[in-house]
Design a protein around this ligand. Structure first.
Ligand SMILES: Nc1ncnc2c1ncn2[C@@H]1O[C@H](COP(=O)(O)OP(=O)(O)OP(=O)(O)O)[C@@H](O)[C@H]1O
Ligand SMILES: O=c1ccn([C@@H]2O[C@H](COP(=O)(O)O)[C@@H](O)[C@H]2O)c(=O)[nH]1
Length: 245
């Protein structure tokens, strides 16, 4: 029997791609995938890792796309933030089915479905072993859930920001558009910014850099990857400060 993985982090912020939830569909949530992701998150949580989650909304609505078709950008962004609340509630349900206590905290007040975001309360939930899902991004238009993830990670004192997405790391060009793009095992925040590598937005990268928060970008669609990353296995790309030597 395989050894139980030993986590190297005490508290993590896991950012889940909304788009990855679509699976092979073109919109919404693939229920089978949601169950798979929830199962893996619960396995990591059972290792004793304090887990906070941020989930994107790209499977339902992206403000910038709607704005390009004529919708007012701020309004479109509020719709996008509400989309992340839908994903958060669906994920909460999938986690709680597995017997884990969770709390959703929303950056936009909606007391019938979620707690408001209160930093000290979120930390207390984590200390009590609850999984906390941060919904509605930062609560502000013109931002993204990647920035919300970096912000919340810093606020709760997470040791690392894990960006679980559709690609298996940071490349020297968008691998979806450039088939021979080369993947980095490690890259600095400054390189990501200077080369304008768009795997995460610049605000999120700057916030992580300024607060010395390491970021690991990896593929959510490869089963077992979250466990591997938390156990310190070299999966995806590590983005951090300093040199890559
Ligand atoms: N240099 C790069 N290296 C890796 N991926 C890149 C790069 N440039 C652009 N990308 C794109 O960035 C995407 C990941 O970021 P994006 O913010 O769009 O998605 P997400 O955060 O996974 O989804 P969501 O917004 O739905 O939560 C990848 O799908 C990839 O095509
Ligand atoms: O702080 C935030 C976070 C998100 N938005 C809007 O929501 C959508 C979905 O989030 P993704 O990060 O793209 O998954 C985003 O396109 C924005 O429109 C926001 O305004 N502020």
């Amino acid at each position: 029997m395989a050894d139980t993985p030993r986590p190297i982090y005490r508290r993590v912020l896991l950012k889940l791609s909304g788009e990855a939830l679509m699976g092979d569909g073109s919109y919404g949530i693939d229920p089978r995938l949601m169950e798979e992701f929830a199962e893996e998150i619960v396995q990591v949580h059972r290792l004793g890792v304090e887990m906070a989650l941020v989930i994107g909304g790209g499977n339902i609505f992206r403000g910038v796309s709607a704005a390009s078709q004529g919708m007012d950008r701020a309004t479109a962004d509020y719709v996008g933030m509400l989309a992340t609340v839908m994903n958060a509630l669906a994920l909460q349900q999938a986690l709680e089915k597995r017997g884990v206590a969770t709390r959703v905290q929303s950056a936009i007040d909606m007391k019938e479905v979620a707690e408001p975001f209160i930093r000290r309360r979120a930390i207390r939930h984590l200390e009590k072993g609850r999984i906390v899902i941060f919904a509605a991004g930062t609560g502000l238009p013109f931002f993204t859930t990647d920035t919300a993830a970096a912000l919340r990670a810093v606020e709760i004192g997470a040791s690392v920001l894990l960006k679980a997405t559709k690609v298996d790391g940071v490349y020297d060009a968008d691998p979806v558009k450039v088939p021979d793009a080369r993947k980095y095992d490690r890259v600095t925040f400054d390189e990501v910014l200077h080369k304008d590598l768009k795997v995460m937005d610049a605000t999120a990268i700057s916030m992580a850099r300024d607060n010395k928060l390491p970021v690991i970008v990896f593929n959510l669609r490869k089963s077992g990857n979250i466990l591997k990353v938390v156990a310190g296995e070299p999966v995806g790309t590590l983005v951090q400060g300093g040199s890559n030597a």
